[in-house]
Design a protein around this ligand. Structure first.
Ligand code: DAH
Length: 339
């Protein structure tokens, strides 16, 4: 038995392994239940009593040495895995891929920034709204045909609860809680029951503006909108206001900007008119002020509402509205360099 122990000790000193699998084979060969050392241990029963002590010590030594040796071998190749031979430490790191902002977010932020500089703060309201805030408080009579201007999504079990069709509903939410002066913009998503095509979608984004104070006039409205248009589309941009109709403003207007493709000369984009429409606006109808708890004899105000998709289309010449919600990264990555 002594000879066998010596032989195993020698074998163990000479072991090599260059990876975990090879090492495992060795561990099984020497240290597993049926391995060489365990087999020897089993033979220990037959060792004469007077040799038991010495033999026992030798056997233990062998076992300990075998365990140590396996651990040593493990360290040699584990160290190698991290060695410079396999990892090129001089190689530059992979560039971190930054995400890109959605074009609608970029344009919405730009709109917000412009109006912030003009003294407007941001207001918010729910997308799931009641009929009162979307229509009645905004001066749409119960059976007024103007309600048909905006195809509405209703909640089936609660016909009074709807998805807001415009951010004008936030005007009402603000007025009912705040006395003038009020100067806010309300960016948000709106919904309409429209067939989806390149020029219409069942949801889109608007930014509403509202300014109420003493002596607010149409001139103030015009000046703020001119300032906005020139910051958004360039200092040479001209604006034009055309009479229009909205239930919540009187007088009402639609605003066009000079076509920035042809500079007003006329081209297919502006249908040879030199102008493109960008928003609706007007003086807040006194009935709206009164419905929402503001004294129309003391205060006047203006309001405007614009589509973020529309402005984005004009700025970036996106021709198909559906691009904004398809999440095609090839499209989205085009906006990488914008802030
Ligand atoms: N709410 C209108 C729409 O969705 C846009 C609008 C027009 C908002 C005139 C206004 C406004 O505040 O004064 O088409």
């Amino acid at each position: 038995m002594l000879a066998k122990i010596e032989q195993l000790l020698q074998e163990i000193e000479g072991l090599t392994a260059s990876n975990a699998e090879e090492l495992e084979v060795l561990r099984i060969k020497y240290l597993s239940k049926k391995g060489a050392i365990s087999t020897l241990m089993a033979d220990f029963r037959n060792v004469p009593a007077e040799q038991k002590k010495e033999m026992g010590m030798k056997l233990n030594e062998l076992k300990n040495r075998a365990q140590e040796r396996i651990a040593e071998l493990k360290e040699t190749f584990e160290g190698q895995d991290n060695s410079a031979a396999e990892l090129d430490l001089t190689r530059t790191a992979y560039p971190v891929e930054l995400g890109t902002r959605h074009p609608l977010t970029i344009v919405r932020n730009e709109i917000i920034n412009i109006f912030n500089r003009l003294g407007f703060t941001i207001a918010d309201g729910p997308e799931v709204e009641d009929d009162w805030h979307v229509f009645s408080a905004m001066n749409f009579a119960e059976d007024h045909p103007a309600r048909d201007m905006q195809d509405t999504f209703f909640i089936e079990s609660h016909p009074d609860i709807i998805l807001r069709t415009h951010t004008s509903s936030v005007q009402s939410r603000i007025m009912e809680n705040t006395q003038p002066p009020i100067r806010v913009i309300c960016p948000g998503r709106v919904y309409r029951n429209e067939a989806i095509s390149y020029r219409a979608h069942c949801f889109f984004h608007q930014v509403e503006g509202l300014y109420i104070d003493k002596n607010v006039s149409f001139t103030d409205l015009k000046q703020v909108l001119l300032q906005f248009a020139q910051e958004m589309f360039g200092p040479n941009t001209k604006i034009r206001l055309r009479p229009s109709y909205f239930p919540f403003t009187e007088p009402s207007a639609e605003m066009d900007i000079s076509c920035d493709i042809c500079g007003g000369e006329g081209c297919p984009f502006c249908k040879y008119t030199g102008w493109v429409e960008i928003l609706g606006c007007g003086m807040v109808d006194p009935a709206v002020l009164e419905s929402n708890g503001i004294d129309s004899k003391v205060y006047t105000g203006y309001a405007f509402g614009m589509g973020v998709e529309r402005i984005t289309n004009l700025k970036y010449k996106v021709k198909d509205l559906r691009m904004f919600s398809e999440n095609d990264t090839r499209f989205l990555e085009e906006f990488e360099s914008a802030n």
